[in-house]
Design a protein around this ligand. Structure first.
Ligand code: NAD
Length: 489
């Protein structure tokens, strides 16, 4: 148990003026909510309130949908180069705010500053860049026999986002929607609305026409449901838990709107026989623990040949134990807190039940990391001796918890990798790239990194099975917000 830790140094009352918000952004202007309420925002590392956001209601949702509907005809008819020029101004406005965005992500979700840069802000900016590039090559019009096939914006798109990557998730949706010519109503997660305000500032400053983009932070049960069920919303793009995704889809069904769901995951990292263990195990541990395990694509299950089980377990325990847990403002920190007390309770509950089920904890556990007197911290935890049908193997924990399972044949490795209801991401490691690729082809999942293949902001992202439907990013993320029309000539 050699996990290094350090106490969060941020001081009480550490607030920035940009984090004190109470308005919604509707029809191109800031206005107070109909109910006049605000949501307070906590820094999960210091447990102090650092900001506030509007706590909008159904009336605000109604106003935003109406504004988005009114703005749609001219935004969708705007020549593509003009639309892209407006969005390029948004992108440069966000780049100008990069330092503030980093500070905000560190404060509102507790991501360590390095993680905020490498996994939140820079990938978010890259995704927007990739949308603008993909727009240039998309087949907006094509001839098929005697038909002219047109692609045009779908109408009003409601985007509902989670707290785990609050900046990136918003751009993954609104980037595709706005490029497509759709107009947007955004409802960010209650716990992390501050970065969405900064995005809105950049949109406002860039001169995006009134009503094209609207921001209404508020509770999922109220604002989210109002959007999902509203007949004047043409598409709903939701990222969040599988349970809530199913609720959103059910509400949307009555008005036959397009529904894109990006949901939970339980992804496997498969290490093939003969692999150089150390780099593969280390990368798998780091991917499982990234963002304190609050990553939908986290490789939370490590599958290794039985003959490598002991060595892989020791390597994983050593790597997890060496991660620096603590103050997210410090450059050497690897893991910050989880986002809330409720999330900490959920994660430690999974660990407790796994132990009661017979699992063995090789590092980490449910105790608060020693020396950290405040903040919702969880130790990076590695668990073995788990049955394939154990809850800890089957269910998304959304915390820094990795399970390790042995397999006896390649067939069993593939079967275990595919043996959850989810299918969002995964990894294959092997000494032979072609053999690893052949295994990657057999995984029922939306993304597989082969021998450490890097994130590609232009490649499609989305899930199989209960991980969702639809695809974000690049050309695919624009197509989610397009209708297709055939003119016979
Ligand atoms: P969540 O489902 O609780 O909330 C997501 C969003 O939905 C929030 O904005 C919330 O306010 C809203 N919401 C809640 N109840 C609603 C309702 N009844 N109707 C409409 N909207 C409602 O999820 P979370 O806890 O914020 O995020 C964590 C989950 O998100 C995890 O399961 C994670 O795997 C998933 N996730 C998936 C992806 C992906 O791309 N597949 C990415 C990130 C997170």
């Amino acid at each position: 148990m050699s996990t290094r830790r350090q106490d969060a140094g941020a001081v009480d009352g550490d607030r920035r003026p940009e984090w004190a918000r109470s308005a919604v952004y509707v029809d191109g202007r800031w206005r107070e909510t109909a109910g006049g309420r605000i949501l307070e925002v906590e820094n999960p590392a210091t447990e102090t309130m650092i900001g506030a956001a509007a706590d909008a209601g159904a009336e605000d949702a109604e106003a935003a949908i109406s504004a988005a509907g009114a703005a749609f005809p001219s935004w969708s008819a705007m020549p593509l180069p003009e639309r892209l020029a407006v969005l390029e101004r948004v992108r440069t406005g966000l780049e100008r705010r990069r330092d503030l965005l980093l500070e905000t992500i560190v404060a509102e979700i507790g991501a360590p500053v390095r993680v905020a840069r490498e996994a939140h802000v820079d990938p978010g900016l890259a995704v927007l860049r990739a949308y603008l590039d993909a727009a240039e090559s998309l087949a907006w019009e094509e001839r098929v026999g005697n038909s002219l096939v047109l692609r045009e914006g779908i109408g009003v798109a409601a985007c509902i986002t989670p707290w785990n990557y609050p900046f990136y998730q918003v751009l993954a949706k609104i980037g595709g929607a706005l490029v497509a010519g759709a107009t947007v109503v955004l409802k960010p997660a209650e716990l992390t609305p501050l970065s969405a305000y900064l995005i809105t500032d950049a949109i406002d400053e860039a001169g995006v026409p009134a009503g094209v983009f609207n921001l209404i932070p508020g509770p999922g049960r109220v604002v989210g449901e109002a959007l999902a069920g509203h007949p004047a919303v043409d598409a709903i793009s939701f990222t969040g838990s599988t349970l809530v995704g199913a609720r959103v889809a059910a509400l949307a069904a009555a008005s036959i709107k397009r529904v894109s769901l990006e949901l939970g995951g339980k992804s496997a990292s498969v290490i093939l026989p003969g692999t150089d263990l150390e780099p593969a195990v280390h990368a798998s541990v780091e991917a499982a623990m990234l963002n304190s395990g609050q990553t939908c694509t986290a490789w939370t299950r490590l599958l290794v040949p039985r003959t490598d089980l002991e060595a892989a377990t020791q390597l994983a325990a050593a790597r997890a134990g060496a991660l620096v847990v603590g103050d997210p403002t410090q450059p050497e920190t690897d893991l910050g807190p989880v986002v809330s007390p409720a999330q900490r309770h959920t994660v430690t509950g999974f660990i407790e039940r796994a132990v009661a089920d017979g699992a063995r904890i090789v590092t980490g556990g449910t105790e608060r990391p020693a020396g950290l007197t405040r903040g919702h911290y969880v130790w990076p935890t590695v668990v073995t001796d788990v049955a394939p049908d154990a809850e800890i193997v089957q269910e998304e924990v959304f915390g820094p918890v990795l399970t390790i399972q042995p397999y006896d044949s390649i067939e069993e490795a593939v079967a275990l990798a595919n043996a959850t209801p989810y299918g969002l991401a995964g990894a294959v490691w092997g000494p032979d790239q072609e053999a690893a690729l052949a295994i990657a082809r057999r995984l029922r999942t939306g993304q597989v990194d082969v021998n450490g293949g890097a994130f590609n902001p232009a490649a499609p992202f989305g899930g199989y099975g209960r991980s969702g439907n639809g695809r974000e990013l690049g050309r695919w993320g624009i197509e989610e917000f397009l209708e297709t029309k055939a003119l016979q000539l």
